[in-house]
Design a protein around this ligand. Structure first.
Ligand code: PMP
Length: 362
């Protein structure tokens, strides 16, 4: 069967070279070859995340990176502020709850970004937050939060750690980890990193290490100290998803070659292209232009259209896989992913399929 045009916000399609690399034979993860690979990948990951802090590769999906952020810096009973603009924002707060933190939820409407002024107000009202949790790019609504401004407000008004879910933003959207004062960035291989699922990545600041010292949350597999100690001898603490590591090593090298600024620009351009094409067929974008995501576009559907059926029909008739809406947005939007390896034609085909399928309903 022919491959689908996979236009969901991750996992992303992989180029032929990556697929070939994924057929490589296994290696000893406690041997010299792995140590060299890990060193090179760590250095490249730091460049993409714009950080001098420690970075770690963890065999897990993105949620594992989010859980790592919580368990390594908090203790049960800590006050945590969870800023949520959608499904994944809620998940971050849920993890905080699961580890016994006192989670205060600051929630914004679907399709809206977080308002830095409201964040400031909340922080000033209760200035003993241990950490603030925030999603950079909310994949469920196609909204990119004004992260830089929000980090500024947090830093200027509190001593809280800043823990960022950058699962669907990093490597596609600028995230200046050190420049913006972010303590932990959590991301995952199957997104703009152009690799299969299986590897979560985190950055871990000095301040996060200080918090680690007093953190009493239960942890074992995600205990970052194990990753740190093993990294010093060029090893992972546990058997890694080697195939995903091979693919990720390749794409990290390509990213450095291409230049990270060029990659951000490319994402921004294809996102604009997607919005323009959607507008051209009379559809509206869910978020306002300035908060529209560079990696996934959420398109509003006319009231009389059932989004779930539409997505199924487009898969059936065109072999194009679009994302549907989740929770409150179920049936009301379609989402087109455009992170990583994507051509204008992939977007044009998706919009044409949308146009033709919607046209049949009129
Ligand atoms: N956060 C965001 C913003 C995401 O887009 C996703 C994945 N869609 C996750 C978290 C969870 O990642 P995973 O499914 O890899 O655990």
């Amino acid at each position: 069967m022919e491959d689908s045009n996979l236009r969901i916000p991750g996992p992303v399609p992989l180029p032929k070279e990556t697929l070939e690399i994924m057929s490589r034979q296994m290696i000893n993860h406690r041997g010299h070859e792995y140590a060299m690979m890990l060193e090179e990948m760590s250095s490249n990951l730091k460049s993409v995340l714009m950080t001098k802090s420690d970075v770690y590769f963890i065999t897990a999906s993105g949620t594992g990176a989010m859980e790592s952020a919580i368990v390594n810096t908090t203790s049960p009973g800590d006050n945590i502020l969870s800023i949520s603009i959608g499904w994944f924002g809620q998940r971050f707060g849920d993890i905080s709850d699961a580890y016994g933190c006192k989670t205060t939820r600051l929630e914004f409407e679907s399709g809206e970004p977080a308002d830095p002024e409201k964040v400031k107000k909340e922080i000033l009202k209760n200035n003993n937050y241990k950490a603030v949790l925030i999603t950079h790019n909310e994949s469920s609504s196609g909204v990119r939060n004004p992260l830089r401004e929000i980090c500024e407000v947090i830093k200027n008004n509190s001593n809280a750690l800043i823990l960022v879910d950058a699962v669907s933003s990093a490597a596609g959207t600028r995230i200046s980890t050190d420049g913006w004062g972010i303590d932990i960035v959590a991301t995952a291989s199957q997104k703009s990193w152009i690799a299969p699922p299986g590897i979560a990545m985190i950055s871990f600041s000095e301040k996060a290490w200080k918090a680690y010292e007093s953190s009493s949350s239960p942890k074992y597999y995600y205990d970052v100290k194990q990753y740190k100690d093993y990294l010093e001898i060029g090893q992972p603490p546990f058997t890694p998803a080697l195939t995903t590591m091979f693919a990720l090593q390749y794409s990290l090298n390509r990213m450095i070659e291409e230049g990270i600024e060029n990659i951000f620009e490319k994402h921004s351009e294809i996102a604009k292209f997607t919005r323009t094409k959607a507008n051209d067929i009379g559809l509206q974008i869910l978020p306002k232009e300035e908060f529209a995501s560079d990696t996934v576009t959420a398109i509003k559907l006319p009231e009389n259209i059932d989004g779930k059926k539409l997505v199924n029909e487009i898969k059936e008739n065109y072999n194009i896989v679009l994302g549907g809406g989740q929770q409150k947005l179920a049936g009301k939007i379609v989402r087109i992913g455009h992170m990583g390896w994507v051509e204008k034609k992939d977007i044009e085909d998706s919009i044409n399929a949308l146009k033709e399928t919607l046209g049949k309903r009129n």
